[in-house]
Design a protein around this ligand. Sequence first.
Ligand code: BGC
Length: 549
Amino acid sequence: MPGGAVVLGTTDTSRIEAPVTIKTYLMCVFAAFGGIFFGYDTGWMGGVLGMPYFIQMYTHKDYPPAPIDAAHLPTDFSLPAWEKSLMTSILSAGTFFGALVAGDVADIIGRRPTIVAGCFVFAVGCILEIAPMDVLACFVIGRLVAGAGVGFISAIIILYMSEIAPKKVRGALVSGYQFCITVGILLANCVVFATQNRLDTGSYRIPIGVQFLWALILGGGLMFLPESPRFWARKGDIEKATVALARVRDQPRDSAFVQDELAEIIANLEFEKAHIPQVGYVGSWLACFQGSLFDGSSNIRRTLVGTGLQCAQQFTGINFIFYFGTSFFQTLGTISNPFLISLVTTLVNVLTTPISFYIIERFGRRRILLLGGSSMVVCQFIVAITGVAAKNATIPGGNPTAVKAEIAFICLNIASFATTWGPAAWVVVGEMFPLPIRSRGVGMSTASNWFWNCIIGVITPYFVSADKLDLGPKVFFIWGSTAMLSTAFAYFFVSETKGLSLEQVDQMLVETSPRTSSGWKPHQTWAATEGKVHEKAEKESAEETEAAA
Ligand code: BGC
């Protein structure tokens, strides 16, 4: 530590965090706004690809004569499949690499400037998307660059929020990020809905241009928030770490709470560094894969669980509804307005996510992952079975009762995801890595989310297209089965992190297995383990030992 500064802490595990104040809440709530980028940017592309003006511009085919009805355009009036696929999936490529690089940048320049840089990169990408007209290469490069910005933001917001949020409400606050994702998806749908029939460049430039606003709000607002104290601790700048911690806990810098929490962060960091030394750049990446696969607290195990959990979140099958919902509802037959049903599913997602703010702290991350996953399995199998049964009954024009039941269970499936896997996967990833590899671990896990998101986007059309497997509702047998695997993954590999400080999570992982983790209570501070407690704490501890004897 610079100047040989030694920060002494307490032996009392319950005393290492200040009471939560409104200001502390508001800081995290603001940071959660980053979820809007994630949701909005995944939400607008599907709609824009179906816009008459956009199609006309890129295919040079004339828009068919009136009546203008975007929902019933002739089949040849659409972009070629490869262009659609390229324009859609290139975003995930950008986000994947953005999220991977973001961890390094965040360790060098800090969490906050990395998010601000992400906003800037994102804005450059948006300019490339909308400035030139009719230049596919420019649009695609713009989407790649914007994707890199979203990758930066989506990985580092989780890291930043997890590092500044008070432990008692960290789950609820990080769930706020998921809530913003859902709001972003909804907003994108609304804006695209409003501009879809315009026959000028506003049809697609408005939905894309709106995003500058998100960049301005997040980038501008973050200038006023403090840096993560854990970033400064990692850099060895105790002075700045103290100031930042005092600000995020809304306490004077000489408060005992601030001193004790800082001592925990430092003692834990020193312990971690001593166990897995990182030499040089390559060595610091290799550190993410060190240790034994059978040790629940090893770095390699945490990296695999973090990336695996994000993969499992994608394989719950949720994005099938969000990406292909409209065309799936069209195939069911009796639905007059499939767009409306898609909008309803997006609304269910938004309205049920806040339930997670409460249950994630009340029941814990692990329990809700198991509960939500099981519910998704049941709902998706019911949709599949109902679909098959209705098809066998062959009612001409479709079976309205069966379709209603399918939609009801699809909505229940979304609610199950929104209240559990949606937020909990992000919360757990933000909490499970030790400080020396945290930024990279969160970055790799976020990259895994985008990678599998892309793979699902690419393979799903083969399951449902009329000229391919044409599975119809039977596709839910696949998602029901993969959701079962995701639930099993959570059961075997995810530990309970509710109510623990990030440093206590380390201790819990050392002392328990996922299945026994829920009952674990912190019993010793890192400061005590490392022999760095202050006089008062030592005296109290001696008195306690005496009283016990
Ligand atoms: C997932 C996204 C999904 C969204 C839906 C996020 O947590 O990572 O893939 O589209 O939730 O709300």
